[in-house]
Design a protein around this ligand. Structure first.
Ligand SMILES: [Zn+2]
Length: 535
């Protein structure tokens, strides 16, 4: 019986609800039931909007000048780029972050191929003995190695290292591939992940596992290898400056900062907005160190057996960290148009369903003219301000607003992410203006970063000045350095600043006849070095 009454009660409740909806509410909200449905729908939409917006309000970005390192993490979270993984130091790259990486890959891969390199793939596991063959190399990497001791349910006869870099495994193959001078130069590149155990992880900048490309080449002469190492660092410079809009200083590393196992390491160094320096890419002249260990030999034109000369070079997902720290502002990341997964976000604005149809129609019509650029039409039922906010923190270069008045006036409102400037354009010249403004944003991001870099590069003559500037101003310091490890170590101990590089002459005001006195010890110096506190 109880069940019977509860059923009756449910039926009565439904009838009552129907009564309320159909009889009472329509009169209160308007005469026609059509109007009522609109109102009801509108209220549903509004409550959905508010609940979505409540979620959005959780996204907070601390100001850059209050706490730069927290700002960096907030920006990554707010733009939905990446997250930490269950294993300490590992990183989950989310779709939007990965889309940026894919664009970096696409451009750089074509530049690498255009200079004659071919892609290949080598295994993630390296026999431990391979790394031990090159003493400097294993010493440099051993603290960061992840080692597999067991597999297939039993202890392995030889431990396997998860690659921290692939010189050793690749050159054991090169020894089999290379026979005569006709096989040279051998120009190989691979896109892969590497593992370097990280004690102080930081998303994109320092993660235990990261993605990168590593180029590996073999040449008949040292001259050719040096030329290759130089060519690749210049390609990195072009890519980072032209696509990521980050100005860099190119130079060579000091003995203590060079790659473990290299004769010489070339580097590109960029200045972040917190005035700390980030190494953005390196290219190594490996000499014959690895060739001798892995027996990579060739018969030269006169039939003599010789060791090859080698290079290796790489850039990684760290570049995404550089983009955030060089261009980002208090609203979030700013993605340079040339690598942006989405260049244009179009936001139609409406107050009723009629306006909604019209503004979306115009949005769709306009996108037909910009099919060569990546875009989204954001017609979600969220208030315009909330939609703007999302594209802002994701750093989409141009936001387009189309409201009922713009439909009437045959116009659209473009908003630049880099400056916030609003530009009203006629719909007829929409495509041309979009192209022009994207170019202008790309250029402005570079100019702005270069101006910041230049303003924060200090020519320093005395040790007192060095200490004062590094402590109170930060940035790049250009100073004479005698070249000794002792001075380098002392400077690092006292100021936490390292020799970032000895800039190439072409970037230096001084020529090779340069002579000065070391900023630390006062002895004769033949070159000026670039110092800074680095990531
Ligand atoms: Zn000195």
């Amino acid at each position: 019986m109880d069940l019977f009454f509860s059923k009756i009660r449910q039926v009565l409740d439904k009838i009552y609800l129907l009564f309320i909806k159909n009889k009472i509410k329509p009169e209160r909200f308007g005469k026609s039931s059509g109007k009522y449905i609109d109102n009801q729908k509108k209220r549903n939409e509004e409550s959905k909007m508010i609940s979505d917006e409540k979620k959005e309000t959780k996204i907070k970005i601390v100001k850059r000048n209050e706490n730069f390192s927290q700002w960096y993490l907030d920006v990554i979270a707010a733009a939905d780029l990446a997250d930490y993984a269950p294993v300490k130091g590992c990183m989950v790259i989310k779709p939007y972050g990965y889309a940026i990486w894919e664009n970096i890959q696409k451009v750089l891969d074509s530049m690498i191929k255009a200079t004659g390199h071919k892609n290949a793939y080598f295994p993630v596991f390296i026999p431990e003995s391979f790394l031990e063959r090159e003493t400097e190399h294993v010493e440099g990497f051993s603290p960061e190695l992840a080692v597999v001791t067991h597999a297939g349910g039993k202890k392995l006869e030889e431990n396997l290292v998860v690659r921290p870099t692939s010189e050793t495994i690749i050159y054991s193959s090169f020894a089999k591939w290379i026979h005569s001078w006709r096989d040279l130069p051998l120009l190989i590149n691979q896109w892969c992940n590497v593992v370097r155990w990280e004690m102080r992880p930081r998303l994109f900048l320092r993660t235990t596992e990261f993605l990168w490309q590593e180029g590996h080449t073999a040449h008949a002469t040292h001259d050719e290898a040096q030329e290759e190492a130089r060519r690749m660092i210049e390609i990195y410079r072009n890519f980072v400056e032209d696509y990521l809009a980050i100005p860099v200083v190119v130079g060579r590393k000091s003995e203590s900062e060079k790659f473990a196992g290299a004769l010489e390491t070339l580097t590109i160094e960029g200045l972040m907005q917190d005035k700390k320096v980030l190494q953005c890419g390196t290219s190594h002249d490996l000499g014959q160190n690895f060739a001798k260990v892995f027996d990579v030999k060739f018969l030269d034109k006169s039939g003599n057996e010789q060791y090859v000369w080698q290079t290796s070079w790489g850039v990684s997902t760290r570049l995404i960290g550089a983009v955030i720290m060089v261009h980002g502002d208090d609203k979030g990341i700013i993605v340079p148009p040339r690598i942006a997964p989405i260049c244009i976000a179009i936001v139609p604005i409406w107050k009723n369903s009629e306006e909604k149809v019209k503004t979306i129609e115009v949005a769709k019509k306009l996108t037909k003219t910009i099919s060569s650029f990546s875009f989204v039409i954001d017609d979600r039922d969220l208030r315009p301000a909330w939609r703007y906010y999302e594209w802002e923190r994701k750093g989409i270069p141009i936001r387009v607003e189309i409201g009922p008045r713009d439909v009437e006036n045959n116009q659209a409102v473009l908003v630049r992410r880099d400056t916030g400037e609003k530009i009203i354009v006629s719909q007829d010249e929409f495509a041309a203006r979009i192209a022009e403004i994207l170019n202008s944003i790309q250029q402005n991001l570079y100019n702005r970063a270069k101006q910041f870099r230049d303003e924060n590069t200090h020519d320093v003559k005395s040790w007192n000045e060095f200490q004062r500037i590094i402590e109170h101003q930060g940035g790049f310091i250009r100073a004479d350095w005698c070249g000794s490890v002792e001075c380098e170590t002392k400077i690092k101990e006292i100021t936490k600043a390292t020799v970032r590089c000895i800039p190439f002459e072409k970037d230096e005001k001084h020529n090779e006849k340069h002579e000065g006195i070391c900023v630390y010890c006062g002895k004769t110096s033949r070159s000026r070095a670039l110092f800074g506190r680095a990531y």
